[in-house]
Design a protein around this ligand. Structure first.
Ligand code: GDP
Length: 477
């Protein structure tokens, strides 16, 4: 991180000449356009009686110099799809059916590896499916700064309709601004009611195209495989509109999808290459782990020498097991990889000591004043639907010119770990009305520093949020 002498001078309302003179006094020869590092800038600012507020990037991108792509190097890349929906609505069956229907003759008989993601070819175009269904994994990754999904497939069973986790999946996709395609599954069943599903979706803001909205709904059966072709077609259609592009010529960058310690092979990570091309022998860092790519295995179990944008591969050769959601980068040499990993480890220890700042009611006013918060995101969990609606309406009315109050998710039932991960990813607070967090949620809230507030009286919840926005909240003891 650097700043030019000119910019620094402007920030302090001094002339560049004065700064250059000071720098010379410190033994640094500088010109007006010269970039100085953070340390030098800090010393210089202190000399003029200024305090420096260094903003540290909390993401795992740390210590990596981002590469600027030449637009001429950008080429189309396959889209990356995540399947979400209520339990038992057929997410796994659908993923399996798509995979099996698309095994080509040359691959048949070969072993299909489960490496956490797979690719199929439709109409000569590739589509990458993440093999861990559900919005939990999706949001857990987002909480770590990884945005991998281009399109969400929302599976809704035609005989069951929209259920609580369907609504969660909708809200999680919306929070991530990922387009949704609805797969109305199990249409082979005699009691399938696709029309009813469409009606229920409309109540949650997804209006089918047939009814004048912009939500694509595809009736399918994972069992008979009816409609699967159509679903793939629609995925390609939505992907085309997104004009997804990446630069295959640069050093690879992507996200760790899953990772484990294999007894024989050591740390094994499935990564999704998002841009660049990953090659055998590349030096890589993934979170705090580093190493050299010793071997790569694709989703068909074949050893490969390189992997381009949107390709999932298993990577061997890391020093340590990274976490799902960690960003990985290929860097120019082993020494760079090792240095970055060491710096990250040191910073991680440091960060574990001081809590990261997430929004909380206690310091909301301060954060608003500092301009850090323009929107207050709230997740509401309650014992009955009616309370959610009542809370939502009243809370949104508290919006002011400075801060907009958004209820990003509401659901009936206990506060779960998934709610906490959504809160963490969206910088939200969680309000529980006549419900409590379960043990996992409590733990997650502690590590993710998410503020949970529990109430038995709606009026108290509203008063607290109102007071917090005005800086009048009594501290909790
Ligand atoms: P998940 O929990 O969403 O991953 O759901 P599964 O894929 O495990 O499916 C739940 C149940 O529904 C299983 O018993 C499947 O065999 C069944 N199932 C899934 N898709 C279909 C379908 O299209 N038609 C019928 N009849 N059953 C299905």
């Amino acid at each position: 991180d650097t700043i030019s002498v000119k910019d620094l001078a402007m920030k302090m309302n001094k002339s560049a000449g004065e700064l250059i003179k000071k720098l010379m006094g410190l033994g640094v020869m500088a010109t007006i356009n010269q970039e100085v590092d953070v340390e030098t800038a800090e010393i210089l600012a202190n000399e003029f009686g200024f305090e420096v507020d260094i903003k540290v990037d909390e993401s795992t991108y740390d210590f990596i110099e981002e590469i600027e792509d030449d637009p001429a190097d950008l080429v189309p890349r396959p889209c990356v799809v995540t399947v979400m929906g209520h339990v038992d609505h057929g997410k796994t069956s659908l993923l399996d059916a798509i995979r099996e229907s698309n095994v080509t003759a040359s691959e048949a008989g070969g072993i299909t590896q489960h490496i956490g993601a797979y690719q199929v070819v439709h109409d000569g175009k590739k589509i990458t499916f993440l093999d861990t269904p559900g919005h939990e994994a999706f949001t857990a990754m987002r909480a770590r700064g990884a945005q991998v999904t281009d399109i969400a497939i929302l599976v809704v069973a035609a005989d069951d309709g929209v259920m609580p986790q369907t609504v969660e999946a909708i809200n999680h996709s919306k929070a991530a601004e990922v387009p949704i395609i609805v797969a109305i599954n199990k249409i082979d069943k005699p009691d399938a009611r696709p029309e009813r599903v469409m009606q229920e979706l409309t109540e949650h803001g997804l209006v089918p195209e047939e009814w004048g909205g912009d939500t694509i709904c595809v009736p399918v059966s994972a069992k008979t495989r009816e409609g699967l072709e159509n679903l793939l077609e629609m995925i390609l259609l939505v992907a085309e509109v997104q004009e997804l592009k990446a630069n295959p010529k640069r050093l690879a960058k992507g996200t760790v999808i899953e990772a484990e310690l294999d007894k024989g092979r050591g740390p094994v990570a499935t990564v999704l290459v998002q841009t660049g091309t990953l090659k055998i022998g590349d030096s890589i860092v993934a979170g705090t782990a580093y190493g050299k790519v010793r071997a790569m295995i694709d989703d068909k179990g074949r050893r490969v020498k390189k992997a381009g944008p949107s390709t999932p591969v298993e990577v061997l050769g890391l020093s340590d097991v990274p976490q799902a959601g960690d960003i990985f980068h290929a860097v120019k040499d082993d020494k760079t990889a090792k240095t970055i990993s060491e710096k990250r480890l040191a910073k991680k220890r440091e960060e574990e000591l001081k809590a990261t700042t997430k929004v909380s009611l206690d310091d909301l006013f301060k954060q608003i004043q500092e301009g850090n918060v323009k929107e207050l995101n709230i997740i509401i969990k309650a014992d009955v639907q009616g309370s959610i609606e009542a809370l939502k309406q009243s809370l949104m009315k508290l919006s002011t010119d400075e801060v907009r109050v958004n209820a990003i998710h509401g659901g009936v039932g206990a506060i779960t770990e998934t709610d906490i991960m959504l809160a963490s990813a969206s910088n939200a607070i969680v309000i529980g009305f006549n419900v409590r967090p379960d043990a996992n949620a409590r733990k997650a809230a502690e590590t993710e520093k998410v503020d949970i507030r529990l109430y038995r009286v709606i009026y108290n919840a509203i008063e607290d949020v109102k007071a917090a926005m005005q800086g009048l909240l009594d501290p909790e003891f």
